[in-house]
Design a protein around this ligand. Structure first.
Ligand code: CU
Length: 253
């Protein structure tokens, strides 16, 4: 579900044939659930054919796509012994395009994960390749972890979130103190990661209505239950440069 959830757009990335097939795709597709008859339409192509791609919603309304392989479980693809992909890119829905991101150093294919951390970074872990580096069967489970810092962490000071409630009611307002109210432009609730097999169908970023006042902001949680399911979220305030605060754990009831 692309950010923000209110846009009701669903995107799928890449994929490959079942079994030890070298066939994978660089295609993406987007469906707008607000249309009378939603249908998948082509989105921008990935730089390389990819399966097992990890996609992580970021608090600035972008999506990090990282990892994956071209061949089955990181296996052979067009004569290569290993087909792990190290390129990463950020999909920006507002421009409908991918922007190049820093490469990873560890290949991640089947049984790998990526999660947004409350501090705004992304952790990538796992991978279960079919072959080892010499192309011999079986491969071993990847145990190295990487932490990725998105570009928004290099754009200046982060807005701070001060005192505020831990529980938010659907349809109600809540006040949060911040010394940076003058430059805060948006507030988002991001669902904590619940990813398995590269897939996290629970990911969502909910936009909150925002009113600024000296020393704080007042946010309003949407009323619709289907838009904001009950449970824990990370509240991020985002400034005029797209720099997010660290996430504050809040519970929606
Ligand atoms: Cu499994």
């Amino acid at each position: 579900l692309l950010p923000p959830a209110q846009d009701q757009k669903v995107m799928i990335f890449g994929g490959g044939e079942i079994g030890e097939s070298p066939v994978s795709t660089r295609r993406t597709a987007i469906a707008d659930l607000d249309e009378p008859k939603p249908a998948y339409r082509p989105g921008p192509d990935l730089p390389q054919p990819a399966r097992y791609l990890s996609t992580v919603l970021l608090p600035d309304d972008t999506v990090l796509t990282t990892g994956g392989s071209s061949g089955y479980r990181g296996g052979e693809y067009r004569g290569q012994t290993r087909s792990d992909l190290f390129n990463a890119q950020i999909y920006r829905p507002s421009r409908d395009r991918f922007e190049t991101a820093a490469e990873s150093t560890v290949g991640r294919n089947y049984h790998s994960e990526a999660l947004l951390l409350p501090d705004g970074r992304v952790i990538t872990l796992g991978s279960d390749p079919l072959y080892d580096r010499a192309g011999q069967d079986p491969g071993t489970f990847e145990q190295r972890i990487e932490v990725y810092s998105p570009p928004y962490l290099f754009k200046g000071p982060r807005p701070a979130v001060g005192a505020g409630p831990e529980t938010l009611q659907r349809g109600a307002k809540a006040d949060f103190a911040t010394p940076d109210a003058g430059r805060v432009r948006a507030a988002r609730l991001l669902r904590p990661g619940a990813v398995t097999h590269v897939t996290d169908v629970d990911q969502r970023s909910v936009a909150l209505d925002l009113v600024r006042s000296p020393g704080g902001v007042t946010v309003t949680v949407p009323q619709a239950k289907g838009l904001v399911p009950a449970g824990w979220y990370m509240l991020f305030l985002i400034d005029d440069k797209g720099v997010p605060s660290t996430g504050r754990w809040v519970r929606v009831r």
